[in-house]
Structure formats: structure tokens, C-alpha cells
Design a binder for this molecule. Structure first.
Ligand SMILES: [Zn+2]
Ligand SMILES: [Zn+2]
Length: 344
């Protein structure tokens, strides 16, 4: 089969002819129909993150049709449309058995530690394959597996409930999903903080109250708009110390600040005013869980979550085109999202 593979850090990806992967009795073999090209893939290709093996087929946002199933697989049949949870956990360790498989000691990510979906076929444990309803295209299904799922997990970490208010700092792909999902979870008001006007406009179309942080202090503005109360949940999706600080400063009593954006730089908190006084919480959120994906897919099926704006370009399984897209991602910070699409 054809696969687009990383052969060395910092080198362009290459189209290689490799065997169709073999699969075990608890696995499924999936004919890939869509594979999202993610910003992380640009980091991987550049060598900014250690890979599990080389050469390796990239691609962790994958949807397709089940080609064949292992002898023990009962949950899924050949011919079924599926999308794939990208983290392969052991299913057997202390963490897996307690439903927190993201801490599995041997977790492997497709397209990072093992071969991913920039290929004609991929083999996966059957429990990683989630049914994809006909109403959702393969392209959308693939992209749901990354940013949208991570946004849902962050909202669940923040325990967003009916009648609450939410502030989303950074409304790229993650943030735009977070706005819609927050509303679906019952948030009455969602504030969208960004410095890019086009993103703020799109956020308002999804019902958020835009705050242009290039022109004002976002935390003060949230405090003003909530008549001094602050928000119940703040989501930081940028990864900057200054926005992390503002996320905490935006909270009201019993508020929860969920930090999603990656950073290794410390950020400042005023413990007396913002944490102790309000009994506020600062919560870390990392990735998402297999069990959250069916919930997310159901929201997309019912159009509560509209991801039609996410996929901006489809390309064939072509190394030059994929490399070009990864070059684009290195230059732009925009969330223009291309998906590799293959016909059956
Ligand atoms: Zn991704
Ligand atoms: Zn495990």
C-alpha cells in the first residue's frame, strides 16, 4: 500500500510502498478515507518531538471504513464507517482499568509512536474504533478526533453545567469547538477572547460574546460584562503565561480555570484575591478520553457541534501536497485545516 512517511527529523515526508499492516485477533483493519493534517504533524516532521520509530507514517486524525476484523472482534463489522481514537492504551493497567487511560504507562499515539493514517490502511485495536454515523463526513469525523475532542475534555474537566458562564481564551480550532460545546453543556453566556478580528467574528456567529484583547484587558472586560461576578469557568487554549493569569483573574466564586494551552513558563497568580477569596480552582487538561468520543460524535450528528468550517481543503494521498501543507502550517498560525481524502 501507499503511505506518506517521515524518514528523518527535519526531512520532507516520502511516499513509500509498504505492506498492508497485519492485525491481531482483537484488532480491526481500516481502509483510510480521511486523515487530518494537524499542526502537531508539522512539529513532528521538523523533529521537535521525539518519534516512537522511524520511518513512521504520520496522521492521528483518522476516519475510514472497516476492511476486516480480527477473530475476537464482536463490536464492529467489516464495512462499518468508523473514526479512530488516536491513543492506544493497554486496557489492562491500573490507570486503564480506572477509566483514566490517558495515564496508561504504555500509551502509544498513532502517527507519533506507531504508524498513523497518511496511508491506504491502518490497523488498530477494535476498541479504538468508534462508529461514525452516515450524517458525518469522513473529513469531519477525522478532525473531530483531535481539537474538538480536546475541547470537550477541557469543558468536562471544568465541570461546566447548566446556567453557568464560560470564558474561552484563544478561539482557534480548539476554542471554536469549545464555544459550541459549552453552549451544548448548558452555558448561558460564553465569552470569546482573541486578538484576531476574523476569529472573533466567527466566534460571535456561534453565539459567543467577543472580547478583543488587542484593545483592552480581557479579564477586566469580563468582570465588567458580568457586573463584577466573573465567570464560572475559564479555558486557556493559547499557552501563554499572560493569558493563563487573565483566565484565573476572570473567575468568580467557585470558579474553575482550565489550562489547555501548552507552556513550560511559570505564570503568576495572586493567591489571596483570586484563589483563596473565591475558592477558585486551577485545573490542568490534557488530550481526551476514548469514552468522550461517542458523546462528541453524537453532538456532531445532532448539529449541536458544527465543524463544517473546520475543513478548508482536501488533498489526495500525495507527498508533495502534504509537505506543502505542513510548510504552510510552519508559516501561518491560522487554523486552516487540510484533510487527506481517499476514495474507496
Ligand atoms: Zn491533531
Ligand atoms: Zn494501560
Amino acid at each position: 500500500m501507499k503511505a506518506i512517511r517521515m524518514v528523518a527529523p527535519g526531512k520532507v515526508l516520502e511516499l513509500q510502498e509498504i505492506p498492508i499492516p497485519s492485525f491481531g485477533e482483537a484488532d480491526v483493519l481500516v481502509r483510510v478515507r480521511a486523515a487530518g493534517i494537524c499542526h502537531s504533524d508539522a512539529h513532528y516532521r521538523a523533529g521537535r518531538s521525539p518519534m516512537g520509530m522511524l520511518p513512521i507514517t504520520l496522521g492521528h486524525e483518522v476516519a475510514g471504513k472497516v476492511e476486516a476484523v480480527g477473530s475476537q472482534v464482536r463490536s464492529i463489522k467489516a464495512g462499518e464507517r468508523v473514526c479512530l481514537h488516536y491513543n492506544i492504551s493497554c486496557g489492562d493497567c491500573y490507570y486503564c482499568k480506572n477509566g483514566i487511560e490517558q495515564f496508561c504507562t504504555t500509551v502509544k499515539m498513532i502517527g507519533h509512536h506507531v504508524d498513523g493514517g497518511y496511508a491506504e490502511y491502518i490497523a488498530m485495536p477494535a476498541r479504538n474504533a468508534i462508529h461514525l454515523p452516515d450524517e458525518i463526513s469522513f473529513e469531519e469525523g477525522a478532525t473531530l478526533m483531535c481539537a474538538s475532542a480536546t475541547a470537550l475534555h477541557a469543558l468536562r474537566r471544568g465541570r461546566v453545567k447548566d446556567g453557568e458562564t464560560v470564558a474561552v481564551f484563544g478561539v482557534g480550532g480548539l476554542g471554536m469547538s469549545a464555544i459550541q460545546l459549552a453552549k451544548a453543556l448548558g452555558a448561558v453566556e460564553v465569552y470569546a477572547v482573541d486578538i484576531k478580528r476574523d476569529k472573533l467574528e466567527l466566534a460571535s456567529e456561534y453565539g459567543a460574546i467577543p472580547i478583543d484583547a488587542s484593545r483592552m484587558d480581557a479579564a477586566e472586560e469580563i468582570r465588567r460584562l458580568t457586573k463584577g461576578k466573573g465567570v464560572d469557568v475559564g479555558l486557556e487554549m493559547i499557552g501563554l503565561p499572560v493569558t493563563m493569569k487573565q483566565t484565573v483573574q476572570s473567575l468568580g466564586p467557585l470558579g474553575r480555570a482550565v489550562i489547555v494551552g501548552l507552556s513550560q513558563v511559570p505564570f503568576e497568580v495572586d493567591p489571596y484575591r483570586t484563589l483563596i477569596g473565591y475558592e477558585a480552582e486551577i485545573i490542568g487538561s490534557n488530550d481526551h478520553l476514548l469514552q468522550e468520543l461517542p458523546i462528541l460524535i453524537d453532538m456532531a450528528r445532532r448539529k449541536i457541534l458544527d465543524t463544517s468550517h473546520v475543513v478548508s481543503q482536501t488533498i489526495p494521498l500525495d507527498a508533495d501536497k502534504v509537505n506543502q501543507r505542513l510548510d504552510d502550517l510552519e508559516i501561518y498560525t491560522n487554523d486552516v485545516r487540510a484533510v487527506i481524502v481517499q476514495s474507496a
